[in-house]
Design a binder for this molecule. Sequence first.
Ligand SMILES: Cc1cc2nc3c(=O)[nH]c(=O)nc-3n(C[C@H](O)[C@H](O)[C@H](O)COP(=O)(O)OP(=O)(O)OC[C@H]3O[C@@H](n4cnc5c(N)ncnc54)[C@H](O)[C@@H]3O)c2cc1C
Length: 418
Amino acid sequence: MGSTLRIAVVGAGIVGVSSAEWLRRDGHEVTLIDRIDPGDPNQTSYGNAGILARTAIVPVSTPGFMRHVPKMLLDKDGPLFLRWSYLPKLLPWLIPFIRNGREDRVREIAGSLDYILGDSVDQHFALARGTQAEKYITTGDYAYLYKNRESFAKDGFGFALRKEYGAVWEEWTRDQLHEFDPNLSDKAGFAVALKDHGWVSDPGRYLAALAATFESGGGQFLKGEVDMIAPDEAQPTLTMNGETHQFDRIVIASGVWSRKMAERLGHKVPMEAERGYHMVLKNPSFKPAIPYMIADAKFVLTPMDGGLRCAGLVEFGGIYAPASDAPNAIFERRIRSIYPTLTWDGVETWMGRRPSTPDSLPLIGESSRAKGIFFAFGAQHIGLTSGPKTGRIIADLIAGRSPNHDLTPFSADRFDRS
Ligand SMILES: Cc1cc2nc3c(=O)[nH]c(=O)nc-3n(C[C@H](O)[C@H](O)[C@H](O)COP(=O)(O)OP(=O)(O)OC[C@H]3O[C@@H](n4cnc5c(N)ncnc54)[C@H](O)[C@@H]3O)c2cc1C
């Protein structure tokens, strides 16, 4: 271990809490800052589907993806929504996003994603073992449900890529699937059960427990809005609640809100909010034993402590637009068609903002324009999964330990050049 540094981590979502905790375990004096408490519903880390999606290496933009977009937008049960007035603002993100769907790029992106996802279940245990957070992690299969084998064949490219990176799965016929889960209707007639996955049974409480571990180990949590982060010849500074604080290092882990902070440092960060939704069915009459991805609907059903959580879908409309109602109607229609006999008492609805870059890769590493300021944001659909590994990489970089991996694909400079 090197010298003890005074480090601020801005943002207490899964990425910030993980970074803060790994830095604290390295012996640094760490201050974690957020305007809300870890585990608050206004964090993206609160409302996700909870999947430790270690094989989610296939980005959303893949060869042929754009052909399906018009149907997805027009279908009333489709997984994609666009606030049309937002389209002009979306274009600088959308155009490179589409370009990144070329097969050669998708293969490169998958390799980089595998680095931050492949050992993610172990990474979560490394952070949570022996703490109050550990009880929220369950391990097991994660199954993709299809109408039939033919619909699975349409996802052939993505699954072949997963296989190249070591994904192992079982294919379940209708009879095998219905023996495993007799409550399913014939809308689910085939499944791909991915092995060795994990899920978090209450992402909000999980995060709060990790943050409590950080504090009980000597880390400091400060509640406040960070207005400005600035490089300084000696040490970087941040301004919070009108006061300026100096640190040896600052980590920006503020999810989708990091864009503004990084742009003020002179970087181009074409990051968008890929808004997603959840509906938790409270006191359901039954829950599946494992999580399911409803493949054509692009949402996940996860058995959680608070009920059965339907989570997913994508809406573009910026960070600040209010939540829409349509996604909740889709969740309800689809759940009733998959589980016709399911009943429940009430629902919790939620909207969150995935921090998404056009190449589906997060920004991880030190800013080339502002020494001492590190980036840890932009993990789109897989930020819960990759959070602990990202935190470990940040701690390695600050300690001067080599992560033994080329981090160029995660550098902020890739957008500055475009
Ligand atoms: C519907 C849905 C389902 C998902 N399912 C999964 C899944 O199953 N598995 C998976 O791996 N990922 C999933 N994700 C993605 C995952 O939730 C995100 O990638 C992840 O939570 C991002 O974490 P974060 O720490 O970067 O950001 P956040 O959790 O959003 O945290 C950022 C924090 O920064 C704070 N902040 C911002 N600006 C400031 C400021 N100026 N001052 C102080 N504090 C500030 C915010 O208050 C916030 O607490 C899903 C996302 C959605 C929307």
